[in-house]
Each structure stands twice: as C-alpha cells, then as structure tokens.
Write a protein that binds this ligand. Structure first.
Ligand code: HEC
Length: 118
C-alpha cells in the first residue's frame, strides 16, 4: 500500500477511534438518558422520576449507585455493557443488552454525568 493509502486508512479507521475513545466528545448524555429509561428501567432505577419500580428480575443497582462508585470508569462501564454476565451457571447476572457503540457512549456519558461532584 502506498503512503496515500495508509493515510486514507488512518483517516477512515483512526479518526472515529480517537473521537469515540474518549467518552464525551461525540457522546450525547440526553440521548443516553432517554435510551436507558426505555431499555434499562425494567431492571434498574435509572432516574428517580421514572414513575415505576423495576419489574424484571434480577434487579440491578440504581444508576445513582452505579454513578457514585468511583471504580466505574468509562472503560469499565463500556466493557460491562459489551459483555454477557448471565449464563447457565450464573442466572443472576445482567444479560448483554447488545447495544451499538454510540448507544453505549451515550449511556456511559449519561451515567458518569450523574456522578455528584465531591
Ligand atoms: C434483566 C435485567 C437487567 C436489564 C434489562 C439491565 N440490567 Fe444492568 N444489571 C442487572 C443486574 C442483575 C446487575 C448486577 C449483576 C451483574 O453485575 O451482572 C446489573 C448491573 C449493571 C451494571 C454494573 C453495575 C456495577 O456497579 O457493577 C451496569 C453499568 C448496568 N447494569 C447497566 C445497565 C444498562 C445501561 C442497561 C440498559 C441498556 C441495563 N443495565 C439493563 C440487570 C439488568
């Protein structure tokens, strides 16, 4: 491949990686909030005003608790949301929500945006 080809490849694959590698640049926390309220509220208290208690089991921790946990970095949350925790041996884990990358970015930016400033 010539230099131009390499440059084009970097442009096509490198730039989006740079843009999304750091949550916050392209992420939309308002979209994340709205998606989480429709996709996650059956098992989590996503926001206090969601209007109903989670109905599905297993129930997960409130998003306020997830946000308050300093161990929950953007990287850790992304990895969690990309993996399956529920299987035959562990039926108490969270199922893989199978979200798209931008949906994960939006939800992670929403969760971390809810973290109370010290
Ligand atoms: C079927 C129920 C269910 C649904 C739907 C669900 N979760 Fe969960 N979630 C859980 C359970 C149970 C846990 C705790 C057990 C575990 O870690 O797997 C959990 C844990 C988590 C954690 C890790 C918390 C921590 O501090 O370790 C995150 C982050 C999370 N959920 C985000 C989400 C998001 C975002 C959605 C929607 C896209 C979602 N969950 C949908 C049940 C669910």
């Amino acid at each position: 491949m010539n230099a131009f080809g390499r440059f084009a490849l970097i442009l096509v694959f490198g730039l989006p990686a740079v843009a999304t590698g750091k949550v916050g640049i392209a992420a939309d926390p308002a979209a994340g909030r709205s998606l989480a309220r429709s996709a996650c509220a059956y098992c989590h208290v996503v926001t206090d005003d969601q209007g109903f208690a989670p109905v599905l089991r297993p129930q997960g921790p409130d998003f306020a608790i997830i946000a308050a946990n300093p161990k929950n970095t953007a990287k850790k949350l992304r990895t969690f949301l990309l993996t399956t925790h529920k299987n035959v041996r562990d039926s108490t884990g969270m199922p893989n929500p199978i979200l798209k990358n931008d949906q994960i970015d939006n939800i992670v930016s929403f969760i971390l945006g809810e973290r109370k400033k010290p």
